[in-house]
Design a protein around this ligand. Structure first.
Ligand SMILES: *[C@@H]1O[C@H](CO)[C@@H](O)[C@H](O)[C@H]1NC(C)=O
Ligand SMILES: *[C@@H]1O[C@H](CO)[C@@H](O)[C@H](O)[C@H]1NC(C)=O
Length: 328
């Protein structure tokens, strides 16, 4: 019995083929913002909702209506000045939401605005409420991802570094260090707690399907770390050959997607973007080379949903579109 199970697992591993072959793109509003870095559907499978360069979360309402305003975090955001902006120096005024995750029970949207902090907005959107902009007396400097626990509804988020922020990353003017933090927010007690520090550019945390652990990436160490919540322990879960960014739960229990970029050191500014689907047995089930769709630019997130027979959304901080893969 056990051996049959093992053989089936091996077969699954060897013959796992990538069904996501049909690529289309949803263009962002013309002349407007770029860089959809988060691509979430809400609990009614509407969207995707995307965080873009001008500080807004936009909601896609289909081919006719296109993208409409949904939410923002910057308290004094001026639409005239900010809408359509791509200048990173407007970030401290307009905001820049690098991570977004829905609470599946309440429909609230939690957002990691890299300049303004962790924030939340109700299911109808609008101006968000800022929950925290510091932890343990240290101001957030580079919030870059968040996720809601599917069981306990706690929120986990990452602060990439205390020494450089998204503007330095955009200009390629930063030295990776080990000052990043993994932070937890409990909406019942309002407590904000640093659970790990000294991390090497942590990003894109994802709770497991059963809510018992968190997977997050360490961009500069090219690895994925597993953090067990109750035990308060960490282990290196997976070493990669590329720099990982966001991790997202796939619809199938125990399966995840990670966006990772292979930076070609000999050709400055040149990257090969990848998506990897992996499982808890540490098997890479699908390796998706996204160069044909994203040229030599980075991808930040791959998020799969059980809609329209299976849909894989791709977000990239530099692209003027949301990538969409459907099957066959
Ligand atoms: C990851 O790489 C480190 C350093 O090479 C090694 O010690 C560790 O065993 C690896 N872990 C996994 C899960 O592959
Ligand atoms: C990749 O190149 C194609 C063709 O030139 C272009 O339409 C597309 O916008 C590019 N994508 C990115 C992310 O730069």
């Amino acid at each position: 019995m056990l051996s049959i199970f093992v053989i089936l697992l091996l077969l699954h591993h060897i013959y796992a083929i990538d069904p996501y072959q049909k690529f289309t793109q949803i263009n962002l509003p013309p002349g407007g913002p770029i860089g959809p870095e988060s691509v979430a559907l809400d609990r009614f499978n509407q969207g995707p909702y995307v965080g873009v360069s001008d500080g807004r979360i936009l909601k896609y309402e289909g081919p006719t209506a296109g993208f409409v305003d949904f939410a923002f975090v910057a308290p004094n955001r001026n639409k005239q000045l900010c809408d359509g902006a791509t200048d990173p120096d407007l970030g401290p005024t307009c905001g820049r939401i690098l991570g977004a995750s829905f609470d599946p029970f309440s429909g609230q949207l939690y957002m990691a605005d890299t300049f303004f902090g962790l924030a939340v907005v109700g299911p109808n959107g609008g101006k968000a409420t800022i929950i925290a902009n510091s932890a343990n007396g240290v101001k957030f400097n580079f919030l870059n991802g968040c996720d809601v626990n599917p069981i306990t509804r706690e929120v986990i988020f990452t602060d990439g570094s205390q020494t450089f922020d998204i503007r330095d990353v955009i200009r390629g003017n930063f030295t990776p260090d080990s000052s990043g933090r993994l932070i937890k927010y409990n909406p019942r007690t309002n407590e904000v707690k640093v659970v790990l520090d000294g991390l090497s550019v942590p990003a894109g945390p994802a709770f497991s399907h059963d809510g018992s652990f968190v997977l997050f990436s360490e961009f500069s160490n090219k690895r994925i770390i597993k953090y067990r919540l109750i035990e308060d322990t960490t282990e290196v879960f997976l070493n990669l050959t590329a720099n990982p960014i966001k991790i997202k739960r796939a619809p199938t229990y125990g399966e995840y997607w990670v966006a990772a970029n292979n930076i070609i050191v000999s050709q400055p500014g040149s990257v090969t973007p990848f998506g990897y689907k992996f499982n808890l047995l540490k098997q890479i089930l699908i390796t998706k080379n996204l160069q044909a769709q994203y040229n030599n630019t980075q991808v930040n997130v791959l998020q799969e949903y059980n809609v329209n027979g299976g849909t894989l959304y791709i977000g990239s901080r530099v692209a003027p579109y949301v990538g969409v893969f459907n099957k066959w």
